[in-house]
Design a protein around this ligand. Structure first.
Ligand SMILES: Nc1ncnc2c1ncn2[C@@H]1O[C@H](COP(=O)(O)OP(=O)(O)OP(=O)(O)O)[C@@H](O)[C@H]1O
Ligand SMILES: [Mg+2]
Length: 373
């Protein structure tokens, strides 16, 4: 028996806003997505009232979870500034739904702003200034490379605009809930994996506003039973806008890895990414050049179609480590798109070796960042 949208609305009608109005009449609800027992929607309120609404969010979530036929409910509190209010420098004021923090946080380490995730030793972001540079492919193969080094690794697809981890891993099943009603990540290739793409259909159009992104991702970080992990690799949404900045600021990151292609344009974006992480005091572990050079699958000849070496040069110029280069190769594209990443499908091949070597660089940089932090 599956729950209907109307049943969800009926339950929400019994939940009151801070002003005592029924939630369904408070003009704050996003459309309600109900999919196979999974319920997902957001409550959109003014930033100034966010704190008062957190209890309402929690009550609403309990009410929906209590409905028969609901296997999980994810309700995001999204708080927006009224149009016209001046945007401020990065600030912790817009509190994500799942984690209220004291209003005054010491500046400095992002650790001070966001509690760590129990059991997870280090969260690292894989980011790119622009889309389509191979961020997700690299994040997954990097995670697999770290696992091959003997680490216990998780992968969080935080690219909620275009979650591609379901495709890259071939995962079709939906996460189940444990006794504490936390989602159990899907185990595949020895990684613990979570993606919003597991909860909604791939072609569901999702329009996210900045604070909503944070709220959804916070829940994926904290309402998931990650267990004991050495590293949790986060595939970030592409870009360096407000949403990404808030994310970089609110997720307890131990470091960030930037993916770039060698072209100038991509490098400019990579530079923005770097500046963004520096702004929020997240150590940049280094830059990976993806699609660095083209390797012909037939004759093995190499051509530098994008002007190979741009990212290495840029990394030197910016004083951040260069972590390695990944060629543009059919085998990487085909295995990725078939849900069978190259590090596991061709573990003895040259590409797997490249990703493992990059992973070992990343591990070393991460260790260094964690000992100096
Ligand atoms: N080194 C590579 N060689 C060949 N193909 C690659 C390589 N890296 C990524 N690709 C391919 O490029 C496409 C885009 O890669 P991917 O989805 O990883 O990029 P992305 O930066 O995460 O994109 P988005 O911004 O859409 O999230 C995919 O089809 C992928 O298989
Ligand atoms: Mg992607």
């Amino acid at each position: 028996m599956s729950v209907t949208q109307q049943q969800v609305l009926d339950a929400l009608a019994r939940v009151k806003s801070p002003r005592g109005v029924a939630l369904t009449n408070a003009n704050v609800l996003s459309p309600i997505a109900v999919n196979d027992g999974k319920v997902f929607f957001s409550i959109n309120v003014d930033a100034a009232e966010a704190r008062a609404w957190e209890d309402v969010r929690a009550t609403a979530e309990r009410a929906v979870r209590a409905l028969p036929g609901v296997s999980s409910a994810m309700i995001a509190l999204t708080a927006e500034r009224k149009p016209g209010t001046a945007p401020q420098a990065p600030r912790p004021g817009v509190a994500p739904a799942a984690s209220h923090r004291p209003p005054h946080n010491p500046a400095g380490s992002p650790m001070a702003r966001q509690a760590e995730i129990a059991g997870v030793a280090a969260v690292i972001a894989v980011a790119s200034g622009k889309g389509g540079v191979g961020k997700s492919t690299t994040a997954l193969n990097l995670a697999l490379g770290l696992k091959a080094l003997g680490l216990k690794v998780g992968l969080l697809d935080a690219d909620i605009y275009g979650p591609s981890v379901p495709r890259l891993t071939g995962i079709r099943e939906k996460p189940e809930l444990n006794d504490e009603r936390k989602m159990i990540p899907i185990e595949r290739f020895g990684l613990s994996i979570m993606s919003i793409g597991f909860l909604v259909e791939e072609d569901t159009a999702m329009i996210w506003r900045g604070p909503m992104v944070m709220s959804a991702i916070t829940q994926m970080l904290r309402d998931v039973a990650w267990g004991e992990l050495d590293v949790l690799v986060v595939d970030m949404p592409p870009g360096t806008g407000d949403a990404q900045l808030t994310l970089a600021q609110n997720v307890p990151l131990k470091g960030a890895v930037i993916i770039s292609t060698p072209q100038d344009l991509s490098l400019i974006d990579a530079r923005r990414g770097l500046a963004m992480f520096r702004k929020v005091n997240v150590p940049v572990l280094g830059i990976i050049e993806n699609m660095s050079y083209f390797q012909c699958p037939h004759c093995g000849t190499r051509s530098d179609i994008f002007g190979h070496g741009g990212a290495r040069h840029e990394a030197e110029r910016l004083g951040v480590p260069f972590l390695g280069e990944v060629p543009l190769h059919m085998a990487i594209r085909e295995t990725s798109d078939a849900g069978n990443p190259v590090v596991v499908s061709e573990p003895d091949g040259p590409h797997a070796a490249i990703y493992r070597s990059i992973a070992s660089e990343v591990r070393d940089q991460l260790r260094a960042a964690m000992t100096t932090a």
